[in-house]
Design a protein around this ligand. Structure first.
Ligand code: ATP
Length: 349
């Protein structure tokens, strides 16, 4: 069982540090997402892992084997890694079976085993009935399954996936996510999945590396990323939520109960804390603004968005701070509501 280790890995293109000292220890069999906005260095990191890009600094290891340093490079074909691209990269003049068997050509495999490996790989991705078709006669999702099978056929230790679902529609993405999960469970391979889509990263990965401008800003489980973002940037990038300023509170702590409302009362204190408040933790109730207020916190409804199972209500508090709430019904724009905040996460300064 080999751990994949990135030790202070950097890539500099013409004095531009696009990957900046990334260190990660990835246990064998993990499903890891490299998540971040366009241009943050995800693909470059993946290409260094695959051996398509050299390292400027640092070291890559798979267990005791050194894959690359700034001076030495193991060629891609000696790394026992498979790669799946957004563009599928299938040979158009080869059938599905020939495409899947292609990586075996350079490995001396007995001919009986050759057919069996192709069949096993195609069965894993449920594409055996299409073995004799050509890629152009397949849908995008089917082509991506073939690309996965081609990866599987060599029994890789590590599978690298670069935005593999980017070209597919929403329904197909959901069903392909299922295929990736099944593939992962069946093979036990370490999967490294590059995406800018946080929902995709959360639903697939058991560990997420969030990158911002070439740096690793958080490395945690999807749950910890959602509930305990380390910085304001991560909080804004992951899921829905509002950043509110309130009274000084201990950093990186979940605050619950009635005390949360008290945090957001007008305060003259200079030292304030930033809080993340998720919309499911904001309860609202319509009140009559012309009557004396008993509610501790109030806000005005600015707009709302219908989301099928609920409404997303956009609110503004008297001190101009804005936040969102989920609510089962529509509420009139301009109405005043009382607020009850049930949970908030205090962010590090
Ligand atoms: P995207 O999701 O848009 O693919 P990314 O996070 O994968 O983004 P990279 O493709 O790794 O980002 O690119 C990171 C930065 O490195 C970008 O600013 C890009 O322009 C730059 N870059 C990538 N490859 C090269 C290259 N060969 N020469 C110079 N700059 C490069």
């Amino acid at each position: 069982m080999a751990e994949l280790i990135l030790n202070q890995v950097s890539k500099v293109f013409e004095q531009n540090r696009v990957v900046d000292q990334i260190s990660l220890n990835i246990p064998q069999g993990s499903f890891v997402a490299l998540l971040g906005p366009s241009g943050c260095g995800k693909t470059t990191t993946l290409r260094m892992l695959a051996g398509f890009e050299t390292l400027s600094e640092g070291e890559l290891r798979l267990g005791n084997q050194t894959l690359a340093t700034a001076k030495t490079q193991l060629p891609p074909e000696d790394r026992n890694m498979g790669m799946v691209f957004q563009s599928y990269a299938l040979w158009p003049h080869m059938t599905v079976a020939e495409n899947v068997g292609y990586p075996l050509k350079h490995r001396r495999i007995p001919s009986g085993m050759y057919q069996k490996k192709i069949k096993d790989a195609l069965e894993t991705v449920e594409m055996m009935p299409y073995a004799q078709r050509y890629p152009q006669d397949l849908s995008g999702g089917q082509r991506q399954r073939v690309a996965l099978a081609r990866c599987l056929v060599t029994d890789p230790d590590v599978v690298l996936l670069d935005e593999p679902l980017a070209n597919l529609d929403r329904h197909l993405r959901a069903s392909m996510e299922e295929s990736f999960r099944a593939f992962h469970q069946r093979t036990g391979a370490t999967m490294i999945y590059v995406t800018h889509d946080q929902a995709e990263a959360m639903s697939l990965a058991n560990q997420i590396a969030v990158m911002e401008k070439g740096r690793l800003v958080q490395w945690s489980s999807p749950e910890a990323l959602y509930h305990q973002p380390k910085t304001q940037w991560v909080a804004e990038f992951i899921g829905q939520g509002s950043i509110l300023m309130g009274k000084k509170a201990p950093e990186n702590q979940t605050l619950t109960g009635e005390g949360v409302n008290a945090l957001f009362h007008p305060t003259n204190e200079r030292a304030q804390s930033a809080f993340l408040v998720r919309p499911q933790h904001v309860q609202i109730e319509l009140i009559n603004a012309s009557l004396p207020q008993s509610a501790a916190l109030t806000a005005r409804v600015i707009s709302q968005v219908y989301r099928g199972e609920r409404y997303e209500i956009h609110l503004e508090m008297p001190n101009q701070q804005r936040l969102q709430a989920f609510h089962p019904m529509a509420v009139p724009i301009g109405a005043t509501v009382s607020l009850n905040l049930t949970q908030a996460w205090s962010l590090a300064a």
